[in-house]
Design a protein around this ligand. Sequence first.
Ligand code: GAP
Length: 513
Amino acid sequence: MTQDELFKVLVAHCKEYGFIFPSSEIYDGLAAVYDYGQMGVELKNNIKKYWWDAMTRLNENIVGIDAAVFMHPKTWVASGHVAAFNDPLIDNKDSKKRYRADNLIEDYLGKIEEKMDKEVEKGRKRFGEAFDEAKFRETNPNILREKAKYDEIHGRYKKAEETNDFAEYKQIILDCGIVDPISGTKNWTDVRQFNLMFSTQFGSLGEGADTIYLRPETAQGIFVDYINVQKTGRMKIPFGIAQIGKAFRNEVVARQFIFRMREFEQMEMEFFCKPGTEMEWFKFWKEKRLKWHENLGMGAENYRFHDHEKLAHYANAACDIEFKFPFGFKELEGIHSRTDFDLGNHQNLSGRNLQYFDPESGEKFTPYCVETSIGVDRMFLTVLSHAYTVEELEGGESRVVLRIPAPLAPVKVAVLPLLKNDERLTGKAQEVMNLLKYDFNCQYEEKDTIGRRYRRQDAIGTPFCVTIDHETLNDGCVTVRDRDTMSQERVPVAELRARIDAKVNLNNLLRNL
Ligand code: GAP
């Protein structure tokens, strides 16, 4: 299935069964923003619980926090987001395509370099062994002409970059005659500063100084709270701080359903360690996080590591865990060794001492940090795209079933009286509901034939359907139907709880980690 086809099918299914709706749909929606419906929120909460418990309950040295979305604006200066999350964008009016203006200029400069290199290669061929490249570059008129052009443009470009002079970016593009690779025209809009951070006004004055940002990552909430948690929790290095929360990015490419959203949720854990030990912990967390994924039983072959060769300015190692979506392997989670970049910068900018005193060695140091960072929504898409199955049945029929790992399923049990107008059956079914509802998310359904009700439960991924029929009134047994095998079994009501629990309890997943 192509990405477009899959998204079409999933979007329709998610909407029909109450998983995901376009945000403010009655006003035609909002690009790359989605709401989770009555089923979606349950699945999302289960994913978050699996992560939260795996981090905070299974690791004695990891605690959780819930920091505010609004943070002091200096936070984003220290983190580098004010300087580095800015893209200068330009649109071509004919192709309607959007480009980063800096990329267009860099590509142009790259082409001049290529021309000079070609000239050098010609010289090498002509002069053979006697060829002196440095001298050739200093004297060859063609190279000198190209070099002068390069230096002039490069100088202007660097100055424009330093001063954020977007008019100059556009002028360079016009002066160099850079054309849109698609339309071939020079019909450009002005260059606009496009910071991926959303900003808003804080307080009521509406002056520039009140501008604050919606956080583009949850991690910075952890860094600024680091010292409070370390001191009040008497945490000893190495230790971690986990957080789940909303993040906001004004993404340029935003046509990928919940893969790339403008408002999304992250599950991040920052693990603070002694400088010099970070590579050990980086390796440790790579393995640990992969195990967390594989433990869901969605196929070890569907995951792979992708080590970054080009590192962000703050990292000394970075790796993605990629998942094989039906449209190919794509990033699901990032594991980054962030050195002391964040704590160091916050220390400098705030003037607060964020150093750790090691009581055993008597040393003081700014801790290094290894981060694990995963998007809840992207994890949701992983589960959903893997679970969505169209199955051919005997007799030419088919069913759509969501094979969601049972502990994550939004509804665990459907309780179904065989007939809706027989009070003995509906009464007994309510009794079964009352027995199960404290342990599991249950759904009571009495409308339509049993077959149709099974199909509806398959379509939302309910692992068990429990049917109450006339025999139940005599023998105290119910029919338990399994979502995956469709097998049916008579089970005494007294054994129901334990039978369901064995398959859907999240703790069983956690025990295997
Ligand atoms: N603190 C590090 C950080 O934020 P990132 O690679 O930018 O790193 C981490 O993001 C994870 O957050 C990604 O692997 C992805 O799962 C999720 N994510 C990032 N941008 C997203 C978006 N626009 N929509 C949905 N999920 C996103």
